[in-house]
Every structure is written in C-alpha cells, then in structure tokens.
Ligand binder design. Structure first.
Ligand code: S3P
Length: 447
C-alpha cells in the first residue's frame, strides 16, 4: 500500500504514540545486496529488502546490466548474477533520485560494462559526481559527464588498475564505488583511507559474498584494502530495519507527551547510530534490547519514551554517523530548551536537496528561529512550535521531518510535496497510524 498521489499532507498535533512496529529494510544495505547479487556468481536471496523508489532504481539498473531479479511470493528477492560479466545495457540507466545507485554502480560499470549512460531525476542531475569520476579516472576509467561533473554520465568500461586513495569528503558512496572498482579491476590492490569512519555496509556485505576485505583503524577513521580478481559468490542476505527510517518514529516518540514506542529489528551499526548518542545527550530516554548479529550487522530493538530535551552541540567528527538524521535532529532541537549547533556538515548541502536551506526554511515557516551557516545551522529551541505550512522541496527526509514537527506542534503542519516519501518509506503514514497518529491526506483548512 502506498499513499498514492497525495501532493500535500496535513499532520495535526498528535496524541500519545504507543506500540511496537517494524520499519522497512535498510536502504544502503538493500542497494548493496542488489549490486553484489548482480556481480556474483550464482544466486542471491535478499530478505526484508526495502521496497521503495530508490531501491527499485537499483533493481532496474541491475536488470539492464544483466541480472535476473524476481520477487518471490513471500516478498524476498532472488537475483541471478552475472559473475561480473556485465551486459551492455540496451537503454539509458535511469537512477531516479538515488545517489547511491548512480555512484556505487558506477564503480562496477566503469570496470566491466562495454558502454553505458547513467542519468537520474532533476535532483540527482544536480548532485556532484566529480567525487567518484576523479578516483575512478585515476584507475583508468573513461567517464564523460555533463560540465565534467554532473549526470548524465557516459561510461566506456575497460580494464582498471588498483589505486591508493584518501577520501577528500567523508562519503560511503565514494568509498564503495572505489572498492567495487578495485575488486573488479584487472590488477592491483586498492586501498581507501577515510579520515573519518563512514558507514561500512559495503565492507560487511562483501565479506558475506566471500570477498576478503582488510580493514585497520586509521586515526578516527579506517583504511580498507581489497585485492582485485576475487570472485563474489551469491549469498543470502537478511536486511535489518533502516535506522534512518526509524529515526522519524523515535523522534516523534521523544517529542509527543505520553508516548512510548518500540521499533524492532533495526540496524544498529555503530557507523549509523550517531543520532542515538545525540539523543542521549539531549536527555531522551532511549533503551536498546535484543542485540544480535544478522548478516554481519548489529541489530536490535529501540524503545523511546517521551521526556524533556535540551539543546546540544553536534561535532564535525560525529556528522558522518548521523548525516541523514540531521533534518529530524533539527526538529528535535526546535522542541528542546536552548540552542543546538551543528557544524562540519557542509555535505548536507549536496543531498537530495540543500538540506541545510530546506530544514532551516521549513522550521522558520512553522515558528522556529534558525540561523544558517555554510556548514551547518543553529536551532534556537523554545520547547514548543506553532505549526503552519512548509515545503519538503521534494526531499523524502525533509517531508518526514516536518511530519514529526506537525505531531508535536500546537496547530499541526501542512507539508507541500509529500509524495517524495515513496523514495525511502512508502508506508510511513500507515506506521504512524498504527501508533495512533492521524495524518490527513485532504488539504487542511488555512492555518
Ligand atoms: C549512503 C551514504 C551517505 C548517505 C546516503 C546513503 C550509502 O551518502 O547520506 O543516504 O548508502 O552509502 P554519502 O556517501 O554521500 O555521504
């Protein structure tokens, strides 16, 4: 079930949210399972994958590159791989809104596809691709791009050589593209150094596909090495719930009086859980239970109870571990007492939209004072928000962050351009309804 073509959503102030729910599968892990399924020899089974716009883009691209992808009756995906022999796609590879599809698949395409053209929607065509084109070109890739750094990209695949590369921006997508290209290169070892640790799902999942990945700590970051020529073997992957989707429910539970919400079976990889650490500092009551390992990833249940919050400092070093949660953390900060300052987060400006500008304007539109900086923002929390009308700018995480604000606001929030939630969390409104929140698809009366 989806929310259909609702262009606006009105989120009235909510009563207490209570109950236990699951969230859809992790987006990052689903993309990687599809890509590695395409590259592997044999069959890959993917359980609890994220069935949403972005991962559908990866499936579409994987099929055009030669994978057979079927959905079984119980919903799991079966992927028959190419053993790394990619087919020349007979059409343009449309990556939709998905930066992960474009950047990480590019590593494989540059090494193995005879010729391919990658494009995406208006948002993706504005996002920086030089960060992947540069290192891949140093490996020998032939990639042409609009204005040298934007999609559409035209790629003539060919033999690559391993490189040593230090990431100039903390990006798991760039790291993953280079590691995949290094693995599929004709020769050499590829070593990627990341000064700050970014999500390591690629490394974890490559191991599950039988690839040897060497990792060592490097200051506050990591150094990762892969040798070319290793064969990926089809695997069975159980995708944990996406913490980045759970973040909206967690935030809503922390903000709406009387709430207690448990989100079960969520991925708790330490490279992703910065938001939970910040919530603790803000004074929220967060409990983790049933911790265990599934398909190489730490998984558990998160219970959050409503309570008062205080403003905090979010440091640059912790930004990669909460990068996608910063919009909803800004909403939490608006309801906290005191100032919350985020810096070292310039990357937010080149996400699906400029998320610093989008969340700052969205919060101002509903009654909060926010100062913008080039690399972050300061939210002046006053313990409450009026509500009003705000715009998602077509960005799924902005839309859902504004919905959380609506639930905790005095008058509710009307969100323009709501359909983008399909990109990562098509069942968001239904899950909130299960917890007791009522979202209205009809345009609300003027506030
Ligand atoms: C992702 C990495 C992050 C994140 C994005 C998904 C991934 O982007 O913001 O939503 O799956 O590797 P960057 O690698 O650009 O920081």
């Amino acid at each position: 079930m989806t929310t259909g073509s609702v262009h606006e959503m009105f989120v009235p102030p909510g009563s207490a949210l209570r109950g236990a729910v699951r969230v859809p599968g992790d987006k990052s892990i689903t993309h990687r399972a599809i890509l590695f399924g395409l590259l592997a020899e044999g069959t890959t089974q993917v359980y609890d994958w994220l069935d949403a716009g972005d991962c559908r883009s990866s499936i579409r691209v994987a099929r055009l590159l030669g994978a057979t992808v079927t959905e079984e009756e119980d919903g799991h995906l079966v992927i028959t791989g190419t053993g790394g022999r990619l087919r020349e796609p007979e059409d343009v590879l449309d990556c939709g809104n998905s930066g992960t599809t474009m950047r990480v698949f590019l590593g494989a395409i540059a090494a193995r596809s005879p010729f391919a053209v990658l494009t995406g929607d208006g948002s993706l065509r504005r996002r920086p691709m030089g960060r992947v084109i540069d290192p891949l070109s140093r490996m020998g890739a032939r990639i042409q791009a609009r204005s040298g750094r934007f999609a559409p990209l035209a790629v003539t695949g060919g033999p690559l050589t391993g490189i040593e590369y230090t990431l100039p921006v903390a990006s798991a997508q760039v790291k993953s593209a280079i590691l995949v290209a290094g693995l599929l290169a004709q020769d050499g070892v590829t070593v990627v150094t990341e000064p700050e640790a970014t999500r390591d799902h690629t490394e974890n999942l490559l191991s599950a596909f039988g690839v040897q990945v060497h990792r060592e700590a490097f200051g506050t970051g990591t150094r990762i090495a892969v040798e070319s020529g290793q064969v990926l073997r089809g695997a069975t992957v159980h995708v944990p719930g996406d913490l980045s989707s759970a973040a909206f429910l967690i935030a809503a539970a922390a903000l709406v009086p009387g709430s207690e919400v448990t989100v079960t079976d969520v991925g708790l990889n330490a490279t992703r859980t910065g938001m939970l650490r910040v919530l603790n500092r803000m004074g929220a009551r967060v409990q983790l239970d049933r911790l265990r390992r599934v398909s190489g990833e730490l998984v558990g249940d998160i219970t959050v109870t409503h309570g008062p919050l205080v403003g905090v400092e979010i440091e640059p070093a912790e930004v990669p571990s909460l990068i996608d949660e910063l919009p909803v953390l800004a909403v939490l900060a608006a309801f906290a007492e005191g100032k919350t300052r985020v810096h070292g987060a310039a990357e937010l400006r080149v996400k699906e939209t400029d998320r610093i500008a989008a969340i700052a304007q969205g919060l101002r539109d509903i009654g909060c004072e926010v100062d913008e900086a080039e690399d972050g923002f300061t939210v002046h929390g006053r313990g409450a928000l009026r509500g009003g009308t705000a715009d998602s700018r077509g960005d799924h995480r902005i839309a859902m962050s504004l919905a959380v604000a609506g639930l905790a606001s005095t008058m509710g929030v009307r969100i323009r351009d709501w359909d983008c939630v399909q990109i990562s969390y098509p069942t968001f409104a239904q899950t909130l309804a299960k917890l007791g929140a009522e979202l209205r698809e009809q345009p609300a009366p003027a506030l």
